[in-house]
Ligand binder design. Structure first.
Ligand SMILES: NC(=O)c1ccc[n+]([C@@H]2O[C@H](COP(=O)([O-])OP(=O)(O)OC[C@H]3O[C@@H](n4cnc5c(N)ncnc54)[C@H](OP(=O)(O)O)[C@@H]3O)[C@@H](O)[C@H]2O)c1
Length: 331
């Protein structure tokens, strides 16, 4: 079928993205054709586009995007779990972006990347919730075992994962300590549930300010997506028996190995949760329950039209956001 998709032929800045007419093949075995109504943007896609992600794009003509919401249009041979007309979210965390990226009005995706979208979940929420909240859930609950009263330091707190993490820690009775480089994000981070908002840039700066909050006891969990040279300072904030969970490299400079041993350091990837059916089921149940009782609610920073995809990526990389950037698709 004729469709429109965002493609790029070389790695680079947002300007390498172009919206083009493409011909989509019929879904093959295990695949599903999805009409895309809304797309959740993630920093990993900016890294993939610029060549700094954990796997490389197949060029030229790579697609982009791993998170969306829409409706099943057709299913390929052997697909029994969904049927045409089903409302779904797409959560693709494997190496599928170049071939089945969701930046477009339709995409053919593996059936295994689909999550059911309940009738009361609109496309905006369905595109904004899963990647951030399951990442934060897996890191904080499954790995960190956050408990009531725990201080949890969240760096890059205004990121979509950061806001999800703040809400999850608060919902479980913990004490979210949010770190941002931007003083003008303080009010929104407090409104999201942060008990403390620390405006700081870099490890030593962050460490000094966190100690004013936690004292010498430190934090049970430090959830960090910045890494870089400040990682060793962040590690000193972890209480004995606590965990430093690193899940990103927003600062791509080398990160020294922290030396305040004993220390638990966990390199977290959402993939580990998504490929474990029981853990994924627990994560979905946790997030659905939080959405129902209102303790979890994706914060939509800004929406763009699909035609504005270059501006949307520029906005993401300008670091002014608090929460999730969503692209909507008109049909
Ligand atoms: N491991 C996994 O499975 C997994 C899953 C999802 C996301 N991630 C990673 O998590 C991170 C956040 O992703 P996202 O999509 O939620 O991000 P995002 O929404 O684009 O947010 C990024 C925010 O981080 C802050 N930031 C950016 N560069 C920074 C730097 N060099 N130092 C300190 N802060 C910086 C900025 O806020 P301020 O400037 O105001 O501080 C910015 O608003 C990314 O590294 C992404 O790759 C990993």
């Amino acid at each position: 079928m004729e469709s429109r998709a965002v493609l790029f032929d070389r790695t680079g800045g947002p300007e390498v993205l172009r919206l083009e007419k493409v011909t989509l093949a019929e879904p093959g075995p295990g695949e599903v054709l999805v009409r895309i109504d809304a797309i959740g943007l993630n920093r990993g896609e900016a890294l993939f586009r610029s060549g700094g992600y954990w796997y490389e794009a197949t060029l030229p003509g790579s697609r982009l995007g791993g998170e969306a919401a829409g409706e099943v249009v057709a299913v390929g041979p052997g697909v029994a779990e969904v049927a045409p007309g089903d409302a779904v979210s797409v959560l693709a965390v494997g190496t599928t972006m170049s071939g089945s990226g969701v930046y477009g009005d339709h995409a053919v995706v593996p059936a295994s990347t689909l999550l059911p979208r309940p009738a009361d979940m609109d496309a905006l929420t369905g595109a904004a919730v899963w990647l951030s909240y399951l990442t934060a859930y897996g890191a904080l609950v499954e790995v960190g075992k956050v408990a009531p009263g725990d201080h949890v330091v969240v760096t890059a707190a205004s990121s979509s994962v950061g806001v999800a993490a703040i809400q999850i820690v608060a919902a479980l009775g913990g004490v979210p300590v949010a770190v941002t480089r931007s003083a003008d994000k303080e009010a929104q981070l407090r409104a999201a549930g942060a008990a403390h908002v620390l405006v700081a840039d870099g490890g030593p700066d962050v460490a000094a300010k966190v100690r004013e909050v936690t004292g010498d006891a430190g934090a049970r969990i430090v959830l960090d997506s910045v890494a870089g040279p400040g990682l060793a300072d962040l590690a000193t904030l972890v209480a004995r028996g606590g965990t430093l969970i690193v899940y990103g490299w927003l600062d791509p400079r080398p990160a020294p190995l922290p030396r305040n041993w004993p220390l638990n350091i966990w390199g977290y990837a959402l993939y580990a949760l998504v490929e474990d059916p029981e853990a994924l089921r627990r994560g979905q149940a946790f997030v659905h329950a939080g959405l129902r009782d209102g303790t979890l609610a994706p914060l939509i920073d800004r929406t763009f039209d699909l035609e504005e995809i270059v501006e949307a990526h520029r906005h993401m990389e300008a670091n002014g956001q608090v929460g999730k950037i969503v692209v909507t698709v008109r049909h």
